[in-house]
Design a protein around this ligand. Sequence first.
Ligand code: MG
Length: 385
Amino acid sequence: MPRRVLILGATGSIGVQALDVVQRSGGALEVAGLSAATGWETLVEQARQFEVKRIALADPHAAARAAEVWTDGEVLAGPDGIVALITESGAELVLNGIIGAAGLLATVATLGEGIDLALANKESLVVGGELVNHLAEGTGARIIPVDSEHSALHQLIAGEPVGAVSKLVLTASGGPFRGRSAAELSEVSVDDALAHPTWSMGSKITIDSATLMNKGLEVIEAHHLFGTPYSQIDVVVHPQSIIHSMIQLVDGATLAHLGYPDMRVPIAYALHHPDRAELPVAPLDLAALGSLTFEPPDTETFPCLALARAAGQAGGTAPCTLNAANEVAVHAFLEGRLGFGDIAAVIEETLDALPGGPIHSFETLSQADTEAREVAGEHVDARAD
Ligand code: MG
C-alpha cells in the first residue's frame, strides 16, 4: 500500500520538489491532497497530474477560480478548508510547506489529529514550539524535520543514546552578502539578496538567509525539535553548504552529515522515513571539491542571528513577536519599501516596544502575532518617510 501524503504549500519551492519526490517513489508514495495560498492555476495542474480528488486554497477568490475550471474533485477554501483537507483526507503524513506563521494552524490541525508531520514550516516551532510539542506528545504524532540542517541532525542523533550528544552545530552558508560591511549592506538590491550562492529556495527564506535570520529561526527550531538548551546549539558558517550539520558527542567525537545541497534529499528522508529511496543526486566527490571552509558568523554586521537567539532564550511570546516583525520587514523589503539594512532594525524596535509574556494558548500567540505585525508596520512606515 502506498503511503498517502498530503502536501501543503504545493506550488512553492518545497511543494514542487516534494511532488518530484513522490513521482520518483515508484508508487511508494501517493498524493492524498494538495493546498496552496493563491496559485490556483498551478494547483489545478498538479491536481490533474497527480489525480487528486481534493484541493484547498487559502485565498477564497483563488478557490472560486479553481472550482470554475476544475470539476474532477472538491475545492476547499480558506484556512477552514485547509484544516478540513487535513482532517478528512485520510493522509498518513502531512508535509507542511506553508510559508511563515500562517503554517502554524496546519501544524496544529495535523498533530491534533495524530497524523505524522513532515515539517518544512519552521515558523510553527519558532512561534508555538512548546504548545506544538505538547500537542504531538498528547496524540503520539511524530514531527520529522524537512529543514536540511534539522534533517541532518535528526539522522545524526538517531544513532546516539540519551545523554551522548553535547552540542548541535548548525551550518550556515552565510548567504550572498557574507564578508560585506554594514555600510555595503545598506546599498544592496532585492535581486542581490535573492541570489543565494548554494540553495535554490523561495523568496522569503532566501532573504532570511541573506540576513542570517533564517539561521536564527533554525536555532529556535532545533531547540524545540531536539529539546536542546540554547547554550548547546552553535552556528558555524560553511559557504559550500556540503556539511548540513554536525553533532558533538561527550567523548570528543563529532559526526557530520554531508551531501550536495538539494532539498529533495531532506524532503525524501521525511516522506519515506524510516525507509530510504533513490534520488538522482550525484554521490559526493570530496576530491573534486578540494576543500571545505568554515568561519564564525558575523553577528555585528548581521544582527538577526543574535536577535533570534535572544528571543528564543527569553521564550514566551518573544519568538512569535520576532517572527511576525521579520515577516513584515522582509515583505516590505521585497516590495522596495524598506532597505536591507533596516530589516534588523525594525525587528529590534518591535521587540523593544512589546514586552514578552507567557503563552497560555494558541489565542495568546495569535494576539502577539497581530500586535507585532501592527507595531512592525508602524516602524517600517516611519523609516520609509
Ligand atoms: Mg535550513
